[in-house]
Write a protein that binds this ligand. Structure first.
Ligand code: URA
Ligand code: CA
Length: 434
């Protein structure tokens, strides 16, 4: 088999066989196929697309490029949750203790973030001394004892995706449905989950800008999951404005703690209840959404979800005193009000650009090597549909560097679209694909 012929075949819009896809992934991962040929193939896939069978084959070829985690020693149905990525998305920190408190085992492999704010692990490191380094045995033990553990992804999990994703990132071939679906699903399948709930974000702060595109991606991933016996559900949720109010690591941790105490932003709480309900159904803890939702509302009301967060953070060495006293979380030196310069109704908050403002304050990594400042970020005070008067506070900037405040202020004002009249009619959840 020659890579040249396979590039030509896809360029001409033909279908690749299972053997051909396996050949490509195996030989690109081991270095026999060079980046320039893989780049050409990715661009051909981008324009000519892959069908369902090719996408499922690509997913499994990627899964088999590295280790597959065996979680069979964990009792119960392991349900994983994955978000396709948004701005100020704190759901994992809230959702995982909620479902664990109901008794669903959560065995999560997570990553560090490259983007607007840190990833789940960066955020968890806000708890001093929290560690994700542990043996597979200890990880399994922790899940059996506490129902929840978060570990760092090993380097041997889907190495094909690491190489291909890095190449897609620099060749303008990220936003293809088959490539995104296989990238996400290969990692979930290799992580050992029995069932998967996907939060597919829709809007200008997400990969998928329209509901139609998000639906296509959701459908594709649900089909891949089912084809390999992993029951999968996709929730299409709004990312046309940041989720909750906080964008930044310690700020989001505080928001997560407040939500577990029952005092969180309504949209964030609602999305956690929606995703959590689907997780309970897949785990066979509840048979209807109504029943599942009641169980989740109860663990917030009776405090057991918050207790679960403490139990889990403590089991991984983290300081839990900040959970009772959030004033002990890392704080920025400067907290500055950003005031509205016009009157009207908020029609839109450009999530993506708002995320970049937070990143430039130091909340996220611009490159893999950047250091994150846990304390900084943005806290929104007005959201879509809110009325504003001139001089009202739109948002607060949390900064450790006086010299970046002026630019951030300008950025926040520019990213609020304020119009005379607007009725907010974008739902938080567009659809649920089963
Ligand atoms: N997230 C992933 O893991 N892979 C993609 O291709 C896109 C988003
Ligand atoms: Ca948030």
């Amino acid at each position: 088999m020659r890579m040249y012929d396979l590039i030509l075949k896809k360029r001409n819009g033909e279908e690749l066989t299972t053997e051909e896809i396996n050949f490509i992934i195996e030989n690109y991962t081991n270095g026999s196929i060079p980046d320039y040929q893989m780049s050409a193939l990715l661009m051909a896939i981008y324009f000519k697309k892959m069908n369902e069978r090719e996408t499922a084959d690509l997913t499994m070829a990627m899964v088999n490029s590295g280790d597959v985690i065996d979680l069979t020693k964990i009792e119960g149905i392991k349900v994983d949750k994955h978000s396709t990525g948004g701005v100020g998305d704190t759901t994992t920190l809230i959702l995982t203790p909620m479902v664990a408190a109901v008794g669903v085992p959560v065995a999560k492999m997570s990553g560090r973030g490259l983007g607007h704010t840190g990833g789940t692990i960066d955020k968890l490191e806000t708890f001093e001394n929290f560690s994700v380094a542990m043996s597979e045995e200890k990880f399994i033990d922790n899940v059996n004892t506490h129902k929840i553990a978060v570990a760092g992804q090993t380097a041997h999990l889907v190495p094909a995706d690491k190489k291909i994703y890095a190449l897609r990132d620099v060749t303008a071939t990220v936003d293809n449905v088959s490539l995104i679906a296989s990238s996400i699903m290969s990692k979930k399948i290799a992580s050992g989950a029995d069932a998967i709930v996907l939060d597919v974000k829709v809007g200008d702060g997400a990969f998928m800008k329209t509901v139609e595109n998000a639906r296509e991606l959701g459908n594709e991933m649900v089909k891949i999951g089912k084809s390999v016996n992993r029951n999968t559900i996709a929730v299409l949720s709004d990312m046309d404005q940041p989720l909750g109010f906080a964008i930044g690591n310690a700020l989001e941790v505080e928001e997560a703690i407040e939500t577990l105490k029952g005092n969180g932003p309504k949209d964030l709480e609602e999305l956690c209840l929606t995703l959590g309900s689907q997780m309970l159904i897949l785990a066979e803890k509840a048979s209807t959404e109504e029943e599942a939702r009641k169980m989740l509302e109860e663990v917030i009301e009776n405090g057991s979800a918050l207790e679960k967060l403490k139990e889990f953070v403590e089991a991984q060495g983290g300081d839990i005193s900040v959970i009772d006293d959030t004033t002990k979380l890392p704080k920025a030196k400067y907290v500055v009000e950003v005031k509205a310069t016009e009157e009207g109704v908020v029609k839109k908050i450009h999530s993506d650009k708002m995320g970049i403002v937070a990143m430039e304050l130091g909340a996220g990594r611009a490159t893999k090597e950047s250091e994150i400042d846990l304390a900084v970020g943005i806290v929104l005070n007005k959201k879509r549909g809110d009325k504003v008067k001139k001089g009202d506070v739109l948002a607060y900037i949390h900064s450790n560097n006086e010299s970046n405040i002026e630019k951030a202020t300008k950025g926040v004002i520019e990213n609020y679209v304020i119009v005379e009249n607007y009725e907010n009619n974008i739902p938080l959840v567009h659809d649920i694909i089963k």
